[in-house]
Design a protein around this ligand. Structure first.
Ligand SMILES: [Zn+2]
Length: 461
């Protein structure tokens, strides 16, 4: 039987908040859970917005996609990084498959959809849209209709790493209000068989407000005025979701999914500073006397074995003879050097000498294929309670200031999902699923064959 499917994407929505702590305050999501199935959705590695939504909607791992983060090495040189926009996604996502099967699709704000490509329906570009002056919709003239319907459409907040929290909250609410207004209008006015939208506000409020709401965060102050800011936003979002659900045709299957979860950030580990101190990275200048982005320091490449990019996780790149322009590590020593470096990264203790449970991954061990230029090692410092800071010139390898602006939360490996089928009471059971299971589950409910190269499996509720 063929069904309509409506997917609510909540970037960074955390299972412990939605499925547990605030469940009773979220009557609409709660209703989907009570009659559906729900649980943790294990993200990809790295658990990062880009590539995670493309992993979810193509059912292919980041290595197969050849997208390892927001910024990726464009070639084997030391300084060319490219931003992975939608152009980097070379495989079908579920709406491409459905479009070819003559299903009507509406896609709004799914990361990895700018620049927009043609679909059998309407597509609104993602948060990477540089401005709404650009062509961010398919068909291109749809953006005029959006302007008539909602006024100024927001692809993202203008600045989520701001110290002005009132301004941040105003931006997030306005962005979400406008997106939900657009989605509700499209539910009724743009015919569809498959509809998916992603709300970025959850991610932005987690990164911006987590320390005000989590008493485990080192900066938390009891009784602060923002203590309920994240909870209240989820309550607002649940109300918007309720209004959408009321508009859906009766037999629509509803899925809710997040690309990763969230957790408090305990601090940052200055990974290039550590590599320098350990003799892996040699500078061709004095060590900077203040925090300086890696791109602005001169590296003595012929004497450097490894360097890193910062971010929510660390990407370690090794300097290999015959591969990088001034490679130092002999190819025959590569695996031994890589294992040794992985061991030493795992052994970096916390500031009090404690084991922080760092995880290190080799791309070849975790992906079906390793396309484009992967990092040599992917590092989750302190099980993602610690981020990775790429800057040099810190007086310690530990820092509590972020080099890219204030940020309270890191990503967590476990996102969340809910699957609701109005035709069947699924009993409100808790299940565990994988991010790559979403696309085949959509195709299953829509009565379409599941391509053999999809790596996930149908969530059999
Ligand atoms: Zn995300």
């Amino acid at each position: 039987m063929t069904r309509k499917v409506f997917v609510i994407g909540l970037d960074c929505a955390a299972p412990e908040l939605v499925l547990e702590r605030w469940r009773d305050l979220l009557p609409n999501l709660n209703r989907l859970m009570s009659r559906g199935v729900y649980g943790n959705l294990t993200s990809c590695t790295p658990a990062i917005t880009v590539p995670a939504w493309s992993v979810m909607t193509s059912s292919k791992d980041p290595g197969t996609l050849g997208i390892y983060g927001f910024r990726n090495r464009a070639d084997w040189s030391y300084d060319k990084m490219s931003i992975a926009t939608g152009s980097a996604v070379k495989v079908d996502r579920v709406w491409d498959i459905l479009s070819r099967a003559n299903k009507r699709v509406n896609v709004v704000g799914v990361p990895g959809t700018y620049p927009p490509r043609s679909v059998n329906g309407c597509l609104v570009g993602c948060f990477l849209t540089p401005s709404i002056a650009s062509n961010y919709t398919y068909p291109p003239e749809f953006k005029k209709e959006i302007a008539e319907w909602v006024g100024e459409y927001w692809v993202d907040v203008k600045d989520f790493r701001t110290e002005d929290k009132d301004y941040l909250l105003r931006q997030i609410y306005e962005m979400t209000r406008v997106r939900c207004q657009l989605v509700k209008r499209m539910i009724t006015d743009k015919p569809w068989d498959f509809f998916m939208f992603v709300e970025m506000g959850v991610d932005r409020i987690h990164h911006g407000m987590w320390s005000y709401t989590d008493e485990g965060h080192w900066r938390f102050e009891p009784g602060n005025k923002y203590i309920n800011s994240i909870r209240d936003y989820y309550i607002y979002l649940d109300r918007e979701i309720g209004e959408m659900l009321a508009l859906l045709p009766e037999d629509t299957v509803v899925m809710v999914a997040s690309d990763h979860g969230a957790k408090r950030m305990d601090g940052g580990i200055a990974v290039n500073e550590w590599l320098r101190r350990e003799g892996y990275l040699t500078l061709a200048q004095d060590v900077p006397d203040k925090m300086t982005p890696f791109e602005r320091v001169k590296v003595d490449w012929p004497k450097t074995k490894a360097w890193s990019s910062g971010g929510y996780y660390a990407r370690i790149f090794m300097n290999v003879q015959g591969r990088e322009p001034n490679g130092l590590i002999a190819p025959a020593d590569y695996e031994r050097e890589r294992d040794e470096l992985a061991r030493r990264l795992i052994a970096i203790p916390g500031p009090n000498g404690e084991d922080i449970h760092t995880q290190v991954f080799k791309p070849q061990d975790i992906y079906h294929a390793v396309n484009n230029i992967a990092p040599d090692l992917i590092v989750y410092f302190g099980d993602l309670y610690w981020r990775s800071v790429g800057s040099l010139g810190l007086d310690s390898i530990y820092t509590f200031e972020n080099d890219t602006g204030p940020d309270d939360a890191n990503h967590a490996q476990q996102g969340m999902f809910i699957l609701y089928d109005p035709a069947r009471d699924l009993g409100g059971r808790r299940l565990q699923a994988e991010i790559m299971d979403i696309a085949p589950t959509v195709l299953h409910y829509m009565g379409e064959p599941i391509p053999a190269d999809m790596q996930g499996k149908v969530i059999h509720a």
